[in-house]
Design a binder for this molecule. Sequence first.
Ligand SMILES: Cc1cc2nc3c(=O)[nH]c(=O)nc-3n(C[C@H](O)[C@H](O)[C@H](O)COP(=O)(O)O)c2cc1C
Length: 396
Amino acid sequence: MYIHGKTIVVVITGGIASVKAVRICSALVQRGADVRVVMTEGACRFVTPLALQAIVRTRVISDIFAEDDASVIAHIDIADRADACVIAPATAHALASLALGLGDGMAAAALLAIGTRVPVIAAPAMNRHMWANAVVQQHVATLRARGVVIVPPTSGFLACGDEGTGRMAEPDDIVETVVHTFAHPLRGKRVIVTAGGTFERIDAVRGIANASSGKMGIALARAAQQRGADVTLIYGTVSVPLPERMTCIYTQCAKEMANAVFAHFDQADIVIMAAAVADYTVAQSVDHKMKKTNVPLSLQLVPTIDILAALGARKTHQRLIGCAAETEHVVQYAREKCVRKQCDAIIANDVRICGFGADENEVTIVTRDTEVALPRMPKTELAHRIWDIIAAEEGQ
Ligand SMILES: Cc1cc2nc3c(=O)[nH]c(=O)nc-3n(C[C@H](O)[C@H](O)[C@H](O)COP(=O)(O)O)c2cc1C
């Protein structure tokens, strides 16, 4: 029932297991999905597009330059329609191509256009030595870090006569993984994530900023979107690209960020406050550029509104998750913050270990009575691990 009416793009690449893609497409069609098939040239050598077309009843596309329908550009059109994408089988070549961002051919270009906006599930299949190759594993790790769900190959008799790990997972298991992504506890939840740093104006050209890059918050927003949540990203100063097809609201200073969060809070189900919000702002900023002088300048700073505490006091059904960057007593301070600001959890990290702007982080998710430590990993991957923990409770 979860995939009924959903458009699922099945990308078939050139391995022996491509014959099993017929069963995957058939099972998805039987469950009411609108299945669109993209085949690589290699895949067309193993199984005919006609066989797939007869099952899915839509045109199978494989040649990027064919452009049979002049009203659309096929690889973009199919990407725009996708609610989810399955790459089965995923050859070593296809994994590498996607990890490196190559757009050679219909399948590769469509996959790049799909990006990570919707769930992407890949089922690798290859000879066991190919699968064990460090460079293949590296590409798999890169894709996982970007949120691609890998359905790992199983062990058994391989078409090449060898035995070992490399067989594509069973079609039923791949279909179940697709269904599961639509049944995810975050699906349909309204999520607010704040990200980046705030900028408190001093005059027309100067202000007080901080070193937040927004990487963690944006990774959290993207990961929630991939799990089917309806995400609003409220961001300040960031140094990484914003997610596509997401409501993104720019706010400059703490006050603007507070107003934007308050305006959306009542409708939200889950709020993660990952932005680095200034604790103080300039008491009286000026609109013109202040002239340089040789005498010391004092700025009077006044506290900004404590957004997290205000939300904690106001929340009804929402789950409120704050963040804490500490340099000592990380778990203890996070727990105190959790209680004081009436949060459901705090994502705490030691900025001495992973500073602002780093690509990696290690965090502890602290509630009033639990704590889960997640080891150092790329923020893109960490975001998924954090949602695994938050969503597990959401599903209960
Ligand atoms: C008989 C045969 C079987 C193959 N099986 C696989 C396979 O299971 N996995 C794989 O990664 N490559 C396999 N290959 C190699 C791919 O077909 C080749 O790397 C091709 O360039 C993949 O391109 P594609 O990913 O664009 O389809 C096989 C090749 C042949 C000739």
